[in-house]
Design a protein around this ligand. Structure first.
Ligand code: NDP
Length: 311
């Protein structure tokens, strides 16, 4: 009997994902784009990125939902999710891509690049003496699959690297702080704060006016996780007042960021359109196939998401 893996994604091409998956899947699994499913009852697996409302109702025999990405906030917040396990992607290439973007962002602020770009626009030779990496304190908020790798890369460059999570993590070169009470003291000491927290009911709006107020004057802020973790109006105010010296922002409360948004023109702010990291078919395919086989044989799933925690 053949099982079907149904695919749905707005931005990701079906053919590329099918071609990457076929060599890893047993012959008993057929992959179909959602609009080409011939037998909905045969669908046991769904590989999806933000499927439309009502999507899952079509497939009564679903046994596994695979989120085509790392962030599951939009999936776990739905009220039409079937009661089956949910897994996310966590592949090495995706982690490397994110870690390199975070490292770039940290270096951008640590090496005063916004200052030199502004000086260049004025045709001005404006020397600023470089500081040793060890004299710059970097706080990475969130030490998950992507956050831990990014923090480790930052530490490898010699930065005084700190991390924040709910529970302890053992990461080379990273001093880990845990729990709510540890956040404000960490923010108060960091020169660069990097947000890598998932969007959950517990983190929504967590970086608000009081969090930005707790940050050191002149600190820089990087957000590569989800815009809604940040109170954007509070961020704009902190940048406008000069309390924050700059920001590197990949994610926003509303995407695409509207052309009139004040963040576009604030000094020291770099805006990128949500691309710090993406799911890569070739490196993600083996773990997707592994989880499909686990369902077929009663094995253990990897990268499973907790609906209760929301990540
Ligand atoms: P994970 O889900 O693997 O880990 C989340 C981390 O955040 C964990 O360390 C967790 O702590 C910590 N955390 C969660 N809630 C809290 C809280 N209330 N207080 C303190 N710490 C908390 O996330 P990843 O590292 O894989 O990814 C992070 C986010 O990056 C994703 O959720 C996604 O939104 C975003 N992303 C953005 C992309 C982009 O292109 N911009 C691409 C891919 C992902 P603990 O370890 O103790 O459980």
């Amino acid at each position: 009997m053949t099982d079907t893996l149904v695919f749905f994604s707005g931005p990701d091409p079906f053919d590329t994902w099918r071609d990457a998956l076929v060599p890893h899947l047993p012959d008993t699994v057929r992959i179909q784009n959602s609009d080409a499913v011939t037998d909905p009852d045969a669908v046991r697996f769904a590989l999806v990125w933000m499927p439309p409302e009502g999507f899952f109702e079509r497939f009564p025999n679903l046994e596994l939902v695979i989120n085509l990405g790392a962030g599951v906030d939009r999936l776990v917040a739905r009220d039409d999710l079937p009661d089956v396990p949910i897994t996310r992607l966590s592949d090495p290439e995706m982690g490397r891509m994110m870690a390199s973007f975070v490292l770039f962002s940290v270096l951008r602020h640590a090496r005063d690049i916004p200052h030199f770009e502004a000086a260049q626009a004025r045709r001005e030779w404006s020397y600023r003496h470089p500081r040793a990496a060890g004299d710059t304190k970097v706080a990475v908020l969130g030490l998950g699959e992507l956050g831990a790798l990014a923090a480790t890369e930052v530490a490898r460059q010699g930065f005084d690297t700190h991390g924040w999570a709910t529970k302890p993590h053992d990461l080379p070169g990273v001093r880990v702080h845990c729990g709510d009470h540890a956040l404000a003291p960490l923010l108060a000491e960091a020169d660069i704060v990097v947000c890598m927290l998932p969007l959950t009911p517990g983190t929504r709006g967590r970086l608000d006016a009081s969090a930005f107020g707790a940050m050191k004057r002149g600190a820089a802020f990087v957000n590569v996780s989800r815009g809604e973790v940040v109170d954007e109006a509070a961020l704009v105010a902190a940048l406008r007042s000069g309390h924050l010296s700059g920001a590197t922002l990949d994610v926003f409360e509303t995407e695409p960021l509207g052309s009139e948004h004040p963040l576009w023109s604030l000094p020291g702010v770099l805006i990128t359109p949500h691309l710090a990291s993406v799911a890569l078919p070739k490196s993600a395919a083996p773990q997707i196939a592994r989880n499909i086989r686990a369902v077929q044989t009663g094995g253990t799933l990897i990268n499973q998401v907790s609906r209760v925690r929301g990540y």
